[in-house]
Write a protein that binds this ligand. Structure first.
Ligand code: HAM
Length: 431
């Protein structure tokens, strides 16, 4: 159908996930779930809509997400709801609401699903995107920070990915951050003439975010800005040193960047990002950190927590950019083709018998001739075609045709299933 004739398209910044990409994503999710379960994380699924206030309070009013990117609407009952822009606040909300602490601490939870942010779409940045994420709630132990970081690294290794850097930082706590922010604010006041309008606004509302500006003039102005590392209180310094020590213990390489800031306000202590080469501006595939006050901000008891989220679209971009194909698309095992004159009922019976044996099978439903059926089998990437012919059926036989090897042979109906199994085992073994 031509473009002009299409009346409806997926909304800007969203897309359909169609095979074989959908199967690649399934493969990635399976491997990620296995890595998470290996470390004792259990699955949680929260609603896609939440009360708007949940995100305002947790992510922070002055962040880009809350200030301009949320899909917020009033429902028919006058309640303000928001399509979740991220998964951490909902998980902590669920942890508190469902008293998950009673099941023992820490609660190690993971989630998969769509998130929504009304950003300007570009490569690697969408309005609906998908995250795999995990939250470990209830423990302040720096090993859990390292464990959370290790999950992305393990997934990258399973997929064969390289060319990335883990950047870590500590953003301090309520004891040490306020004085650092004051120090940074007065520094920013001194250089405000050199800052862009956006950074001037940031220096009033959320000074740390000025480090995120990509403009060269702002970067230069910030070169001599005070770094948080020197301002950390002894407890935060100790926590950060211990986290880095555990990363070393796990054999995970990283770089400390005291200017790395994240786009959400709930972080305390550890923050981290995995940044990939060659992905352009949207090069952070996975990120996260600790949020020891979040539960309290949501009205619960003081409860430490740490987590990460990984963007699946960006992960796929990295997989493709590196020429990897860890999860080739599904192949059909058997296409059952009917030769001219063959009884169609028998063709369908054979297809059904194959399926009932747990072997994937399909047939023609478009009244195609034999040649066109072969083409269809090829499109479906069938490992084997069973040709059912009138004369052969009378002799109690069918033809096996191996499309990959371009060879065919006769098989008696009584041996069909066992030959089929042997053949498929052989091709699967030989790759
Ligand atoms: P975030 O850095 O906002 O953190 O997002 C995590 C990841 O989601 C990003 O690194 C990126 O891969 C992906 N992502 C974010 N926005 C987009 C977008 N517009 N299009 C495509 N991918 C995107 C969080 O969401 C925190 N909840 C992480 C966390 C968990 N912190 C503690 N626990």
């Amino acid at each position: 159908m031509s473009d002009l004739a299409l009346k409806y398209k997926a909304p800007r910044g969203t897309s359909d996930l169609v095979y074989p990409e959908s199967e690649k994503v399934e493969g990635i999710l399976r491997v990620a779930a296995a890595e998470l379960e290996l470390r004792g994380y259990r699955r949680i699924s929260t609603p896609i809509i939440e009360n708007t206030d949940l995100f305002r309070r947790s992510i922070g009013e002055a962040t880009d997400i809350v200030a301009k990117e949320m899909y917020t609407f009033e429902d028919q009952g006058g309640e303000s709801l928001t399509l979740r822009p991220e998964g951490t606040a909902p998980v902590v909300r669920a942890y508190l609401e469902r008293s998950l602490h009673a099941r023992g601490l820490p609660q190690k939870l993971y989630y998969l699903g769509p998130m929504f942010r009304r950003e300007r779409p570009q490569a690697g940045r969408y309005r609906q995107f998908h995250q795999i994420g995990a939250e470990a709630i209830g423990s302040p132990d720096p090993f859990i920070d390292a464990e959370i970081i290790s999950i992305s690294e393990a997934l990258f290794a399973r997929l064969g990915l390289r060319g990335y850097e883990l950047v870590v930082n500590s953003v301090g706590c309520r004891e040490c951050r306020p004085s650092y922010v004051r120090m940074l604010s007065s520094f920013l006041e001194g250089v405000s003439q050199q800052l862009c309008d956006e950074c001037r606004r940031r220096s009033r509302e959320n000074p740390l975010r000025t480090f995120d500006c990509k403009k060269e003039s702002c970067r230069q102005a910030l070169e001599s800005a005070p770094a948080i590392g020197e301002q950390l209180c002894p407890a935060c310094r100790e926590h950060f040193t211990a986290t880095c020590g555990h990363l070393d213990r796990l054999g995970i390489r990283f770089r400390v960047d005291e200017r790395m800031v994240r786009g959400l306000d709930y972080y305390t202590n550890t923050t981290f990002e995995f940044q990939f080469e060659g992905l352009g501006a949207q090069n952070t595939v996975s990120g996260g950190g600790r949020y020891d006050y979040l539960a309290e901000q949501l009205g619960g008891p003081a409860t430490p927590g740490v987590g990460f989220s990984l963007g699946i679209e960006r992960l796929l971009m990295a997989v493709d950019a590196q020429g990897l194909d860890p999860f080739p698309g599904l192949r059909l095992d058997v296409f059952v083709a009917g030769a001219p004159g063959a009884d169609r009922g028998r063709v369908l019976d054979i297809m059904t018998a194959v399926r009932n044996a747990g072997i994937s099978a399909d047939s023609d439903f478009m009244e195609r001739g034999l040649k066109a059926q072969m083409k269809q089998a090829d499109r479906l990437d069938a490992r084997l075609v069973l040709i059912v012919g009138k004369d052969e059926l009378e002799r109690g036989e069918v033809t096996f045709r191996d499309l990959d090897q371009s060879r065919q042979w006769q098989v008696s109906l009584s041996m069909m299933m066992s030959e089929l199994r042997d053949f498929l085992e052989g091709v699967k073994r030989d790759g």
